[in-house]
Design a protein around this ligand. Structure first.
Ligand code: PLP
Ligand code: COI
Length: 363
């Protein structure tokens, strides 16, 4: 028996967007550029713990210029979505898994932990306050961004004693545009995302800061995302800047990099692997050399590659590019595994199919 979600006091935005402004903002929003009327917030005070749980108007944060997050990136974040079902009801997908991952990130970043009750309470509070911002159009959803920041003004490199936990909400459509058969991926050779003992499995700002330059390099080579190799041997594929990677073999089995501390344990990844295992497919989680993928694509042993994540959902990969290769993933005849699993997952998320694992939580 779990504790119920914490209660967040609602102080409504006195100047919410008009209905017309909201409709305009929700029409084809650029991912993460449109925000709803409210945010959830709680404050950590040394000796008191989490206090002042509240839903307030979205507004800039007054932060001391010495706040630890601004200097040393002591921070953690999450990403999940609220989906509107046909009957108008609103549902979260596996929010308990995001709560557990944020708690793990907090431990790694020496931040106070956000409990599951506070995490769920903040989500339910903001989604309830901004219900009319949850899109009802196909493929669209309300992207929720919980995050925790160290606010203590201190330039000492030591764990801060003051923090804020916030959640913002953004109506979103697709993260990556997949014109044609899928996205092109740049395989970064000079840069790594994470190293053993580092913060790769935590969802924390620094990992993304370090990916900006390789991401720019990807763009300059006509690619939408970067694929990182492991830092120790520069041999094994790990993940993309903001998505996990899954490969499908000619025999129908599926293979994906194992969770070894250097990649983010994606909740979409975990869900897809479960759905594929439910279908009776063989799923392997292990080290995969880049060479195995390139040779597999060439020989026909590997027939599909796709990226997965909350923002990207399931995005087929059409091409792998680097300084020394440019390999196309041949288009599949008939329905691909990526298409099938995208339908399976989104049918469940949008309430068009049953939810055998009890993943959906009604707001
Ligand atoms: N890998 C990275 C680096 C990410 O930022 C994300 C997105 O959150 C993922 C993988 C996918 O994780 P999830 O499926 O939980 O969104
Ligand atoms: C998410 O999918 O939630 C992420 O945080 C990834 C980011 C690229 C938007």
């Amino acid at each position: 028996t779990q504790a119920p979600p914490a209660s967040f006091t609602v102080i409504p935005n006195r100047h919410p967007a008009s209905e017309e402004e909201r409709w305009l903002a929700m029409e084809n929003p650029v991912f993460g550029k449109v925000f709803t009327d409210h945010m959830a917030r709680a404050t950590w005070r040394d000796g008191e713990g989490w206090v002042d749980r509240r839903i307030v108007a979205l507004a800039p944060l007054p932060l001391h210029p010495g706040a630890a997050v601004l200097h040393y990136a002591q921070q953690g974040f999450e990403g999940l979505k609220a989906y509107r079902h046909e009957d108008g009801s609103i549902w979260l997908f596996r929010p308990e898994a995001n709560a557990a991952r944020l708690a793990a990130t907090c431990r790694r970043m020496a931040l106070p932990e956000v409990s599951e009750e506070d995490f769920l309470g903040a989500l339910e509070g903001i989604v309830s306050a901004d219900r009319n911002w949850v899109p009802g159009t196909p493929g669209a959803s309300l992207y929720l961004r919980p995050f925790i920041i160290a606010t203590e003004p201190s330039l000492l490199v030591q764990p801060a004693n003051e923090a804020d936990f916030l959640v913002t909400a953004s109506p979103v459509g697709a993260y990556l545009s997949t014109a044609g058969d899928g996205v092109s991926i740049w395989v970064s050779r000079g840069f790594h995302r994470a190293n053993p003992g580092g913060t790769g499995e935590a969802k924390t700002a620094g990992n993304y800061a370090a990916s900006m330059l390789p991401q720019r390099e990807a763009k300059e080579h006509g690619c939408q995302q970067v694929l990182f190799l492991d830092a120790r041997e520069d041999t094994y594929v790990e993940e993309l800047g903001g998505m996990n990677l899954i490969a499908v073999r000619a025999d129908g089995s599926v293979v994906t990099p194992r969770l070894g501390g250097t990649i983010l344990p994606g909740i979409t990844r975990d869900s897809i692997l479960m759905l594929l295992r439910d279908e009776g497919r063989t799923v392997e989680e292990r080290d995969i050399a880049l060479a195995e993928i390139l040779e597999g694509l060439e020989s026909g042993e590997i027939v599909e590659l796709f990226a997965c994540g909350t923002a990207a959902v399931v995005t087929p990969i059409a091409r792998l590019v680097s300084d020394d290769f440019d390999v196309a993933v041949p288009p599949r005849e008939g329905e691909s595994v990526a298409d099938a699993v995208l339908t399976r997952l989104t049918d469940l998320q949008y309430g068009r199919a049953e939810d055998p694992h009890g993943w959906m939580r009604k707001v």
